[in-house]
Design a protein around this ligand. Structure first.
Ligand SMILES: *Cc1c(COP(=O)(O)O)cnc(C)c1O
Length: 377
């Protein structure tokens, strides 16, 4: 990416940290043994995976056997939906989720045969009502899956409380923590979930690697059958370079998370108050308890596409919301779920910040937006 390009799309993916790259390179170039091989080169690779798993398990407060490496958030989410449905369909065929989940939860749910799915509707700020959740649990409910932080508006759900409610009724609870992992506590001793999705490329690690936390004893079947890798739960030769990079990204996050969160929040606040000072007919979508890094803005006089294209021409990367659905003409399901009209949703843009961004970039972006907006009036 060009040095002067302003990257405000950190919820789609983040810049890989140089220290992560440095850790990965030897595993690509020289340490290429298969971790399942008995010879010395295989065993070297095996040790890298063991050490990485220890770092990650320690970060989330789990046992090492409770961490399964996957190809990322999408695979972890697909594994949860299909794996729990497959393991527990004799107990019941009802699953509770929300209408603002990532497509990697919504799509596998839509493709389950014979299941009844309840989609909780969030408030205007994107939060789930706990009494509503409680009232929707039935005798045949087998799983509650709710994202910790939403990727488009950043709303944070009260996962510890949701886990408590689920467990009172003997229901498994999963959270997609792909976004929340960046700035929030994802220690499973504190949040109490049975299953948790998280991954590397949203925390300055490499793409194509993630993990699924599975609490010991949880009823779930594999998605990918094969060899004996990953405790026989996920077959396929382990991707040693990516696993080592993932662990390094987690290690760096552990040390720097609080500082990053505070800094990114200050950028976000500066951005929003700056825009509000100059442009009177904009609105911040969502609100309340939300992730520090996301600002989703409704611009009355300019469409999402026009704004993104104009920003891009002036050297700013922003987004329509979910990267996976940005090419579709449909308005964001998250924005319409929190009460925006289709038209409002098609006039909204997500800016997502990272700790590499600067106050100078925020100021510059505000100026660019004022100029784009001025030209439209
Ligand atoms: C990015 C993201 C995913 C998908 O993760 P991939 O690793 O890109 O497959 C799932 N859920 C949320 C909330 C995300 O932000």
């Amino acid at each position: 990416m060009n040095k002067n390009y302003i990257y405000f799309d950190n919820s789609a993916t983040t810049k890989i940290d140089q220290r992560v790259i440095d850790v990965m390179i030897p595993h690509i170039k020289t340490l290429y043994g298969n971790p399942s091989s008995l010879h010395m080169e295989g065993q070297k690779a095996r040790r890298v995976i063991d050490t990485s798993r220890e770092i990650i398990a320690s970060y989330i407060g789990s046992d090492i056997q409770e961490i399964i490496f996957t190809s990322g958030g999408t695979e972890s989410n697909n594994t949860v939906i299909n794996g729990v449905a497959h393991a527990l369909n004799k107990k019941g065929k009802h699953i509770i989720t929300t209408s603002i989940e990532h497509d990697s939860i919504l799509q596998p749910l839509e493709n389950l045969k014979g299941f009844d799915i309840t989609y909780l509707k969030p408030s205007k700020t994107g939060h789930i009502d706990l009494d509503d959740l409680k009232s929707k649990i039935r005798d045949d409910t087998i799983l509650i899956s709710i994202a910790y932080a939403n990727s488009e508006i950043g709303s944070i759900q009260n996962i510890p409380k949701i886990a408590e409610i689920a467990h009172e009724k003997g229901v498994l609870v999963h959270t997609d923590a792909m976004q929340a992992a960046k700035y929030r506590d994802i220690n499973i001793q504190n949040i109490g979930v049975d299953l948790m999705t998280f991954g590397a490329h949203k925390i300055n690690g490499p793409k194509g690697i993630g993990a699924l936390f599975i609490k010991r004893g949880t009823m779930i079947k594999p998605l990918i059958y094969g060899g004996s890798q990953e405790y026989r739960f996920r077959g396929g030769t382990e991707n040693t370079p990516l696993i080592a990079g993932f662990a390094k990204a987690v290690e760096l996050l552990q040390n720097e998370k609080m500082v990053r969160a505070k800094y990114v929040e200050s950028l976000r606040d500066m951005f929003e108050s700056g825009l509000q000072n100059y442009l009177k007919d904009i609105k911040i979508n969502g609100g309340g308890e939300r992730l520090e890094s996301i600002s989703n803005i409704y611009f009355r006089n300019i469409s999402t596409e026009t704004m993104i294209i104009n920003l891009d021409m002036k050297g700013v990367a922003a987004s329509a919301g979910s990267a996976c659905s940005s090419l579709s003409l449909e308005p964001s399901h998250v924005l319409t779920s929190i009460g925006l009209s289709k038209d409002e949703a098609k006039h909204s843009v997500r800016f997502s910040f990272g700790h590499e961004n600067t106050k100078f970039e925020i100021e510059k972006c505000i100026k660019i937006i004022r100029k784009i907006y001025g030209n439209q009036l």
